[in-house]
Design a binder for this molecule. Sequence first.
Ligand code: SF4
Ligand code: SF4
Length: 379
Amino acid sequence: MSEVLLDWFRELKKENTITVKKAKEAGEKVVGIYCTYGPREIVLAADAIPVNLCGTHEETIPYAEKDLPRNLCPLIKSSYGFAVTDKCPYFHFSDFILGETTCDGKKKMFEIMQKIKPVHVMNLPQDPDLPSSLALMYAEMVRLKEALEEKFNVTITEEKLREAIHIMNQNNRALKSLHDLNKNKPALITGMDLLSVSWQLGFHTDRLERIKMLDALVGDIIQHYEPVCDENTPRILITGTPIGSGCEKVLALVEECGAIGIALENCGGYKTLGIQIDESDKRDPLLLIAEKYLNISCSVMSPNHRRVELLEQMVKDFKVDGIIDLTWQCCHTYNVESYTIREKAKNDWEVPFLQIETDYSESDIETLRVRIQAFLEML
Ligand code: SF4
Ligand code: SF4
């Protein structure tokens, strides 16, 4: 049964494209989002469909390099490449594109992307702990709300926002319960399946259906209890830059080399799943949403103690044997922050640590395989 449900998620890619096309034909509004900082709650409250935009495949990078420098993060180049070639159906069908000033490369790329489609760029603060950062984040939530209201000629009410907060809380609760299955030793789901399910859901248009299917999958895996590896399989925590379908080579190699990707801290994985908005809090819902998104443990924030705290907890909860920190080439924030994570892993958590810096190409697969095998042998 779990395989049947997992297949439903694996096959979602094809269905998602058809569903978003049908939704557009039925007059629904689609908002394409590039980053975890994009507040899905406000989009849902505008009665629009939030979808992730493609940026994890190598195939569009050569097209991007006609306009962008080659020594730029592959995620940025791939995202731009999908837009400029019109190969991302979600970009194609989006009525509204939501970007953000996370890293320098991305915010400058959005300036150029404007010639393809207008992009609403959220201006993010840098230090999430400053009171002025909350004020700025709140102002950006208000600005986004107003932009969506104007674009779609709707009124985003407090009631709609609270409904959307509930849906996103449920969404994160359900997805977290899937990831949490691997607190069990031995693991109950492979890292590749965790990634596949989490990734495909980002393109799924029906939030309520996805919550239902996730709950069914988790319930079924618990009921049948069929571990996917044995007690002695090395348990590897993957952290760092975002991974998704098309750039999952490091995770795939970890599992091909006999270990298990026990937990994924990256965006699309565990990074945001524990962040819930208190639904009994009666303050302005836009303020609650601003607080939520300031709590994301992304390296673009400085300082970023939240990522260290999250990883420390995950090392314990998932009984981690080793950490692999993935850095996309030219991603300065994750690359520099790797020092902090390495020091913590070595001195405080006493867990072996490996940083891998790579891009989306397959050219270094065999070199990476040798490095990962050597890392696993020393565990
Ligand atoms: S890693 Fe940071 S910048 Fe990249 S998608 Fe996640 S939150 Fe956004
Ligand atoms: S991986 Fe790094 S450089 Fe690339 S978009 Fe994310 S934060 Fe920016």
